[in-house]
Design a protein around this ligand. Structure first.
Ligand code: ZN
Length: 157
């Protein structure tokens, strides 16, 4: 008496099976390591997230040779973090008349900040950036900074 044939192992069935795809899925493109965002969204500005990703991906890189590109001028918090990170250059497109930090007089601050050297290149592609900000503020679905100095300043141009 022959034993009952066992059911075929789904991974050895020579047909496509949802449990066993014929080919392994392609490797996804390499993306930056995920960054745990803070429960406090006011510290999760793009610059802060970028600095954390940089630190996670390249902790030993010479930051003085790095240029950070921003659509909008970094705020005071981000500017402070950028200074402390040792980034060598900031390039931004559109000035933040409401919260921009790069006009801060570093010489009036304690040595941790006043001793930092950083190049700031403002208004690169400013016109294009202005159009982006106008489109943002003109979209009624966006409520962020609605009615703010930044919105008025932007839409009056
Ligand atoms: Zn910021």
């Amino acid at each position: 008496m022959s034993p009952e044939p066992s059911p075929p192992n789904p991974c050895h069935v020579p047909r496509m099976s949802p449990a066993c795809p014929p080919n392994p899925p392609p490797e996804p493109p390499r993306t930056p390591e995920p960054v745990n965002l803070s429960p406090e969204p006011q510290v999760d500005h793009a610059e802060m997230v970028a600095l954390r990703r940089l630190d996670a991906m390249n902790p030993d890189i010479d930051r003085s040779r790095i240029t950070l590109f921003c659509t909008m001028e970094p705020c005071l918090m981000c500017y402070g973090a950028i200074l402390l990170s040792g980034i060598g250059t900031i390039v931004y497109a559109y000035e933040d008349v409401m919260g921009g930090g790069t006009a801060c007089d570093l010489s009036a601050l304690p040595p941790l900040y006043s001793d930092r050297r950083i190049d700031i290149v403002p208004h690169v592609l400013r016109r294009e950036s202005l159009e982006l900000f106008k489109a943002f503020f003109e979209n009624s679905e966006n409520s962020y900074w609605q009615g703010s100095l930044l919105e008025r300043y932007t839409l009056e141009q």
